[in-house]
Design a protein around this ligand. Structure first.
Ligand SMILES: *Cc1c(COP(=O)(O)O)cnc(C)c1O
Length: 221
């Protein structure tokens, strides 16, 4: 097995410079994160607030922490003191809570709106109409301590490459349309270990890669 540093170097060779790499370290021990940190990685993604907070406490403080999992409103307060970006925002209620907790901490928190691009029923996210309504809502515009910086999506878990490419192309089209009225949208967070090359071809600006850096996880999240 390759080391984490070797895996990271390999990934970085295949990811263009303008695409941001989020190293998804969920379920992995702090020693693994430190190895990636020592190889230069500064952006880490986690999907459980408690686990992320514990790692934030133990790790060096010049790291950007990205919450990539589904977030319950009542948990926002635990990450508000330090989280950089929340990837899976899919309701006004959640945006309002992130704003409230950001104000309490005298911070601004970046939010990506999760778009439902997969066929699977289980995937969270907004449809096209809902994301347009959210972005145009006066209430959302009045939230002072959040920045809606882009969109996030997860393709269907399938071997059908054409389907994955279609789903990524759909979110890229939506992103381009929305950007004309909302120039603060800069980030398109699509692509994981199995599909990030397709995501980059479709115009991803941020990939979230876990198992190709840290190895397979023992249990899935
Ligand atoms: C786990 C996870 C990833 C990374 O998955 P890998 O297949 O290990 O690269 C990316 N995005 C989200 C939302 C995840 O939950």
């Amino acid at each position: 097995m390759n080391s984490i540093e070797e895996n990271l170097k390999h990934i970085l060779k295949t990811v263009p410079k303008e695409v941001t790499l989020v190293a998804v370290s969920k379920t992995k021990p702090v020693s693994d994160l430190l190895e990636a940190y020592q190889a230069g990685q500064r952006i880490f993604g986690e999907n459980k607030i408690q686990e992320m907070t514990q790692k934030w406490e133990e790790m060096p403080k010049d790291i950007s922490w990205h919450m990539i999992g589904h977030v319950q409103t009542n948990k926002v307060k635990f990450m508000a003191p330090y989280v950089d970006t929340i990837h899976a925002v899919d309701s006004f209620k959640l945006l309002k809570e992130v704003n409230k907790q950001a104000i309490k901490n005298d911070r601004t928190i970046n939010c990506l709106l999760q778009i439902k691009i997969a066929q699977e029923e289980s995937k969270f996210g907004l449809n096209n109409e809902e994301v347009i309504d959210l972005l145009n809502s006066q209430e959302v515009k009045s939230l002072t301590n959040i920045n809606i910086t882009g969109l996030m999506g997860m393709a269907t878990f399938t071997d059908n490459k054409e389907q994955i490419k279609n789903e990524f192309n759909n979110i890229k089209s939506l992103f381009e349309i929305l950007k004309t009225d909302h120039p603060t949208l800069k980030t398109l967070s699509i692509g994981m270990s199995g599909d990030y090359q397709f995501a980059i071809e479709s115009g991803s600006t941020m990939v979230r890669i876990g198992s190709s850096i840290f190895g397979e996880r023992n249990y899935s999240h």
